[in-house]
Design a protein around this ligand. Structure first.
Ligand code: PLP
Length: 460
């Protein structure tokens, strides 16, 4: 399998090279040269389906037996029997729980595999990398859990001091592995993100530290997320039976994986994008006009995003895989803060996609309602998915699966406000609040942070 850039001007790579570079050299994102078809079959067994569905994507690059072993190892750390349980909410609505990994959010599903793939590939090349990243809360802990104790990876995560919740901070800082380095920066999340960008832009430093990233534009993350769409269909009657999906969306990586499953032949009449008040995507799906606005903080912070990077992969398909056309579209968007796709393209998009947005009051009401109705306690992100599933239902004969992306205990304040009950952390995280923390507090200053990285990582 070969990978091409969505902007059409970067070298074609195999899977392992696309994994390690992340972003293409022309600024685009890597996508497979063709979409592998998913044959009928499958028994709803997560690991079995994962190996089958992902193998064509790594073909010719990663040894098949080693890959199957990594997949099996990655999902053995999940604390649900079948990795991602499907819960029946009634009336053809189902909830797929993607939050049974080590950090209680769906990002574990991709990152647990990606961490192993990185280590495997680096070992076979005799290389090491330093992964740097900034987090406003969830991504940092999922990346740390994916990289802890990996032989050829050091990971440095910056977070804004005092601006993440205690649970979020402790999920990062109580990891005792020597290859994990947490830095609390005096500043905002944007300051942290700017600092990461500045480290990547410092060429000598970047080369010396062999900097890398595991951010959501990495193709391997999308690939790993294709699996649960297929598993859900299998458990609801088979890969050729129609199933719609509703997905709480931020960077568009999760729902795009559903589109990949569809391009591979899964019968998904409709993908429903759920947004909070940061609704650039739902506006785009409804009128074909992509227009940024200010980011508004909400109860579902992992979706407080205005520019959804993975949308570029969908635009590439819409534009008939014409990388130059994608580059023109995105240049215009960057210049003007808005761009419209042509009407025929929008019409073809609207056939398979819907979008709906919900504010915090609707989210709180949904959490309360669902707890009353079925006893299922949703987190605010998952509630957006359930609301979107209900709002965009077209055909009562087609089941819809809402993806639950975080455990309610990850957002206890919102859940308590909605239901009056504070959700408890799962037992395996129970001592989180008692464990010692490891982190370094630094001022918002590039030279100081670079010196810290240089001193603490083991890069060659
Ligand atoms: C990251 C995240 C999302 C958004 O997923 P995208 O792939 O960025 O669209 C939704 N919910 C939770 C809990 C997340 O952590």
């Amino acid at each position: 399998m070969q990978y091409v850039s969505t902007r059409g001007a970067a070298p074609t790579l195999d899977f392992a090279d696309a994994l390690l570079v992340g972003l293409a050299s022309d600024g685009g994102l890597y996508v497979p040269k063709s979409w592998p078809q998913i044959p009928d079959g499958g028994r709803g067994d997560y690991v079995e389906t994962a190996v089958e569905v992902m193998s064509p994507f790594v073909e010719g690059s990663i040894d098949q037996d080693a890959f199957a072993q990594m997949v099996s190892d990655a999902y053995s750390v999940f604390d649900a029997d079948d990795v991602a349980p499907l819960v029946d909410l009634g009336d053809g609505l189902h909830l797929m729980e993607l939050f049974h990994g080590p950090t209680l959010a769906f990002k574990d599903i991709a990152l647990q595999l990606v961490g192993r793939l990185f280590d495997y590939e680096l070992t076979s090349r005799g290389e090491r990398v330093t992964i740097v990243g900034a987090t406003s809360g969830d991504t940092g802990s999922a990346a740390i859990e994916a990289c802890r104790d990996r032989r050829n990876v050091d990971i440095v995560i910056l977070h804004p001091a005092g601006r993440v919740t205690e649970v979020q901070r402790r999920q990062m800082t109580t990891v005792q592995s020597t290859n994990v380095h947490n830095v609390a920066i005096d500043g905002t999340f944007d300051d942290c993100q700017d600092m990461v960008k500045a480290m990547f832009a410092d060429e000598p430093f970047r080369a010396r530290m062999n900097l890398s990233a595991v951010n959501s534009i990495n193709w391997a993350r999308v690939m790993a997320q294709v699996v649960y769409y297929v598993v859900a269909a299998e458990r609801l009657g088979g890969r050729r039976q129609p199933v719609d999906f509703a997905v709480p969306t931020g960077n568009f990586g999760n729902v795009f994986a559903g589109h990949v499953a569809r391009l591979g032949g899964l019968n998904v009449p409709r993908l429903v994008v759920g947004s909070n008040r940061n609704d650039i995507l739902t506006r785009f799906l409804n009128d074909g006009n992509l227009e940024t606005r200010q980011v508004i903080p909400t109860l579902s912070p992992s979706m407080d995003i205005q520019v959804s990077s993975n949308l570029e992969r969908l635009l590439f398909e819409l534009e008939g895989r014409d990388g130059a056309a994608v580059a023109r579209l995105l240049d215009a968007f960057r210049e003007n803060g808005s761009v419209a796709i042509d009407r025929a393209l929008h019409a073809s998009l609207a056939e398979g996609w819907s979008g709906a947005r919900f504010d915090d009051d609707q989210v709180l009401a949904c959490i309360a309602d669902e707890a009353d109705r079925s006893g299922v306690v949703l987190d605010p992100h998952s509630a957006v998915g359930v609301l979107a599933a209900r709002a965009c239902r077209r055909d009562p004969g087609v089941p819809v699966v809402a993806l639950a992306t975080a455990h309610p205990a990850k957002f206890p304040d919102a859940v308590e406000k909605a239901t009056g009950v504070r959700p408890a952390l799962p037992d395996r995280l129970g001592d989180l609040l008692g464990l010692p923390e490891r982190m370094t507090h630094l001022p918002n200053d590039l030279a100081g942070v670079e010196a810290f990285v240089e001193e603490h990582v083991r890069a060659v």
